[in-house]
Design a protein around this ligand. Sequence first.
Ligand code: F6R
Length: 571
Amino acid sequence: MCGIVGFAKSDCLKDTLDALQLLEYRGYDSAGVAYLGNGEIVVVKRKGSIEGLRRKVGRKKTDLTIAHTRWATHGKVSTVNAHPHAYGDWAIVHNGIVTNYASLRADLERRGHVFRSTTDSEVIAHLLQEGGKKGDALAAIRYTMGRIEGSYAVAALCRYSPNRVYLFKKGNPLVVGKGEGFGCFASDTPALVAYTHRVYKMQDGEIAAVGKREILFWREGETEGGRRTFGTTSLTLSNVTKGDYATYMQKEIDEIPSTADRTYRAYETPPMGWKGAEMERWILVGCGTAYHAALLGASLCKGEAIVASEFDADAMQVDDKTGVIAISQSGETADTLKAALDAKSKGGYLVAVTNVPGSSLTHLADEVLLTLSGAEIGVAATKSYTTQLAILARIAEWLGYRKPTPSPLVPLTSVLSSSATLAEVAKRRWSTIFLLGKGRDYVTCLEGGLKLKEIAYLHCEVCYAGEIKHGPLALVTRKTLVVVVCTDEEALQADLCALSEVRSRDATVAVISPYDELCRAGDHAVRLPDGKGWEQAVGIVPLQQLALWSALYKELDPDRPRNLAKSVTVK
Ligand code: F6R
């Protein structure tokens, strides 16, 4: 979603815009920057691209910046609604949602404040001004934190405190970085790795003051600022840039074999303190792609999968014998965090499967199992999905439901080169794409359908192979592509039947399967290698590639699809 970045560094305007560009992948519709110049706060913002913002900003000298990419939630996409928002002595950028902004705004307006935007965020600048009347920036921040409800990560410039950027947060991530003679911060570590690897993830309720030479922190109630121990991020610039690839999505699909292999190997035995064996039942939660991983995980671990936004710990009778596996690439998805909190409140044993160390989910969990995907920058979840499957396979092994297998490296490497037949399919304009599968292959179809929708804007219907004849067949015409996924020999007959049903309605059929009989029956076929226990991880790859190629043929940017952000931090 929205991105925050900023610096306390000599002549840092260009660095700020370069770092902001590294956050583009989160999705945005407007961008802006505020800086201190000659004791005044200057705000430059606009609807549209960061390149456009760069031109508007020009070349100015400053040592203190805050910048933002906005993905509209409250208030339409417009320059005035873009961040930063300035009022009086303050300018702020904000990620999150101020849930009580309407009443705060009404109250401030009664006291003479004039608002410019229709965002929830602007109230933060007004509250800081209201609370800082005595010229005490820290008091102004505490005043503001005491009044806003919801979630926030805020970076603020204050005219009467010209050597520091102030940060405060609750529920949304903020990472502070420290370099030689400068400080910096961002909502996401990838934005900082070109400048420093020394990072500290702020805790909820903390306030920070980032200066060029000194970075101080305050916990609730503290009057004296303290220091923190900064860790070292393992992310490198090549992890977070495209290198020779045209798209992050292609780069990340190509990284599937190595990252799934690394993740599976890393978890041969359960971590110290693993309490899984004491659990009587398992519930798996996630959103989008992570929910699809949860569905497969539930089938491996004999548990139950539920979309995070539908999770209700009370209704599901979660107790201290219930293991809840919360799956989230980002570890920041609001619906998943809410479900995780809910599960914890009923005494559930919370296991986080996430790709981001130090993310909000890791702070809630009793056990953290990190997927080792490296940074996933493309908005579409690709390599993170297969690493999630690798960890879920390990959990099933620890619970005695699955035997250890060789790592998925070999079949995943082999499948990468066998999908080329789908490039032809991607060129055609389909009115609808049906994805058919049975059992676990149905979940692969759900995930493939999500990729085709979100990246290539194609209308997809996902259907159990045996269900198509019970109604959905009415939608199948000669303009329909039907993709049949079959990795289970027992599903072969049902899939062959479904295939002939759609064939007789003149649909074009693409088959993704290791079985000759089925592949021969399709107009196009991706012959899968022997999955060796990794059939679902293998089966999704051709569908990810189909989505990517379809987007590229439509001249869409698969890394930045419309209406979807990399991490959805609103409920
Ligand atoms: C799909 C996609 C989304 C995410 C979902 C959950 O490609 O990216 O559906 O999977 O928003 O995100 P995380 O895993 O970060 O919780």
